[in-house]
Write a protein that binds this ligand. Sequence first.
Ligand code: GLP
Length: 241
Amino acid sequence: MKVIVVKNYDEMSKVAANHVADVMKAKPDCVLGLATGDTPIGMYKNLIEMYKNGEIDFSKTTSVNLDEYYPITPDNDQSYRYFMNCNLFDHVNIDKAKTFVPDGQAKDVEAHCKAYEDRIDDLGGVDIQVLGIGRNGHIGFNEPDDELIKGTHLTALTQSTIEANSRFFASEADVPKHALTMGIESVFKARKVIVLASGANKAEAIRAMLKGNISTKCPASLICLHPDAVIICDEAAYSLV
Ligand code: GLP
């Protein structure tokens, strides 16, 4: 595991975008594992800039996203599909038919989760997986628990995540109580994983991840075991390590 500590959010975003761009340049038909939340927005802005400058090209790229609320419609402005369209896909030359986000309207959830996992395998695995980290150490929507489910699955959000994410919704009651998420094993299929964290409100999660024991009570701590994991965090997020 490699830890890169940078000054602030802008630097974190640039360093993260460079990691993604390096993979795209080396392998134009790469599979990007993408994440949502406030944290990667700056990274996406940098990638859009690089695309506009002709540095990177998304025409052969495929993407798979980590998670999606359930239930939610893709046109809901809080859905992760909507987020990805607004923050990246609508601004670059990616073929939207090759962008995959778990289906927040799936009728047969179990079959959908299996198909999502199969898709990752059929694509030959993710080349670089981008991850944020929840304040409680969650990854995707793998919340702290005694056990973690390996593959893509439906999960209930913890109260702390509902509260944290209610800032995006009209009210806490509007936050979906469930989500579809890749599991930790799905994430581990990626050849490279980058974890981004910025701000003092992530400091405890980063401390638990880097200094605490490996535990399903801090799902992010498991990422430390990945053979090619890079943690990119700013000084505020690193302040308790
Ligand atoms: C959300 C997402 C995660 C994300 C995390 C942190 O619940 N499911 O994928 O990494 O919370 O979000 P943010 O970057 O907005 O702090």
